[in-house]
Design a protein around this ligand. Structure first.
Ligand SMILES: Cc1ncc(COP(=O)(O)O)c(C=O)c1O
Length: 470
């Protein structure tokens, strides 16, 4: 029963000591068709705002102990944000300089927080193959070589990352459920959380706890082909030019009993429900993990206890999963119901399950010319083996018939790359999409749930508004 009462949290000597001891909160409304108990572990209540505080502290202490990091040293990490945040906060208290290398798709809020802690933030372009000089890790390793006294945290391969979860996250969950936990669910980024906590929980339960990984649908961990997705900080992207794809040493695949592959749209729907029905404003990877937990729990009975990790808060993503502008442009469900005519309604009759003609990035001009045919222009998409959805973030630009007039058939089409075509999301209002398009004419990429589903002429969208007003 809920009652207003005083809870005594601990008193700590430093911010590092306040890491961990996060609560489990039961889900009550999004579970109304579920008999099992589902608890969410609120890792955003760590001082640095995420589960990664645990790994950051573990890695930093291990480096100090081994002598790799000492007074006046510099902490360097390649991260999608949160590990850098944990490292920056702890490093600040110990007098270290911190440099964090992040991919450009990391939210603006995370970069701002890193800078607030005094960290230097290096932003690298996304979509680079492993080993490319601009790849996140290459940039971080170069900095470590150049800066005397620099230490590379290397969360992907650092054994102190899973060890931190084995020592803290796992035992906390076991104690908090009084050993009643039957299923543990977590997203997999570096794999540190699922590996460390999962191994502990299996050992503590004599092997009975089932460990379920939550993975974005196209990530390779769960069997996807590695194309990009929109939920930050979990999954494993593979650039098609990556020669040898290595999985992190922090991820021990044998601990995982199953993986739920969660499309972005499912994670986003769950996030919106959690905010409205459970009072929980959570980050994108929490949506992925909790969607996987709900799928798992639906198959279970009343004695089962599912614990799922919510790695961080939604506050760092107000401009993404909680922004109707961002959601609408990508054709994801909005946070509010709009009464305006949407792009999907305006395009009544366009099959949203299809994908438009595109030119693969490795094509020659001759091939591109044939593909473009009578079209004004087509998107150029990062080339992958096999067919799969065209994720809008993998559209590199466009090629127009006009740009190829004097080109040699054997030229690579990439030498004639134009700016990406404008986009309109299915869930945004036509008026909003048209305002963004301004005076642009020609083909517009229609985006549904982050994927290109059609190419329509801008005039068709404009005409639909005129028809509506008549
Ligand atoms: C928000 C968020 N979710 C999930 C993860 C994945 O956790 P792990 O790296 O332990 O697999 C991370 C890791 O950076 C994260 O920042």
């Amino acid at each position: 029963m809920t009652a207003v009462s005083a809870h005594t949290a601990g008193t700590y000597d430093s911010v590092a000591d306040a890491i961990g001891h996060t609560p489990l909160v039961r889900l009550n409304r999004v579970t109304d068709d579920i008999r099992a108990t589902v608890y969410v572990k609120l890792e955003y209540l760590n001082p640095g705002g995420s589960v990664k505080d645990r790994a950051a502290l573990g890695m930093l202490l291990a480096a100090e102990q081994s002598g790799e990091l000492g007074p006046g040293g510099t902490v360097v990490e390649a991260t999608s944000g949160n590990t850098g945040l944990g490292l920056a906060a702890i490093a600040a208290t110990r007098g270290y300089r911190t440099i964090v290398v992040v991919p450009d798709r990391v939210s603006a809020e995370k970069k701002a927080v890193l800078r607030a802690h005094g960290a230097e933030v290096w932003v690298t372009p996304g979509l680079r193959p492993v080993g490319h000089p601009e790849h996140l890790r290459s940039v971080a390793l170069r900095l470590v070589e150049e800066i005397p006294g620099a230490w590379f945290a290397g969360q992907y391969d650092n054994p102190a990352n899973p060890a931190a979860h084995r020592a803290t996250t796992g035992p906390e969950v076991w104690a908090q459920t009084g050993g009643r936990i039957t299923h543990f669910v977590a997203g997999v980024g570096t794999g540190g959380t699922i590996t460390g906590a999962g191994e502990f929980l299996k050992e503590a339960s004599g092997g009975s706890v089932r460990v379920i990984g939550a993975d974005p649908e196209t990530s390779v961990y769960g069997g996807g082909d590695g194309r990009i997705w929109y939920v930050e900080a979990v999954g494993h992207f593979v650039h098609p030019e990556t020669v040898e794809d290595e999985w992190p040493k922090s991820y021990h695949t044998e601990v995982v009993d199953g993986i739920e592959r969660i499309p972005d749209v499912e994670a986003i729907r769950v996030l919106h429900r959690l905010a409205r029905e459970e009072g929980l404003l959570l980050g994108g990877s929490s949506g992925t993990a909790i969607a996987a937990a709900l799928r798992t729990a639906r198959t279970l009975g009343p004695d089962d206890v599912v614990v799922v990790i919510a790695p961080d808060s939604g506050r760092a993503y107000l401009s993404k999963y909680y922004s109707d502008e961002w959601l609408g442009e990508l054709g994801f469900p909005l946070t509010t119901v709009i009464t305006d005519r949407t792009v999907a309604e305006a395009l009544d009759g366009v099959d949203l399950g299809q994908q438009p003609a595109v030119v693969p990035s490795g094509a020659s001009v001759g091939t591109a010319r044939a593909l473009v045919g009578t079209a004004v222009a087509l998107p150029i998409v990062l080339e992958r083996k096999g067919s799969g959805p065209v994720v809008v973030a993998e559209i590199l630009g466009s090629v127009s018939a006009a740009a190829l007039v004097d080109a040699d058939d054997s030229d690579p089409v990439s030498a004639h790359l134009g700016a990406p075509l404008p986009t309109a999301g299915t869930t945004e209002s036509v008026a909003g999409a048209l305002a963004r398009l301004g005076t642009q004419t020609g083909p517009v990429v229609i985006v549904h749930e982050g994927r290109a589903v059609a190419l329509v002429d801008a005039a068709r969208l404009a005409d639909s508004v005129v028809v509506e007003q008549e």
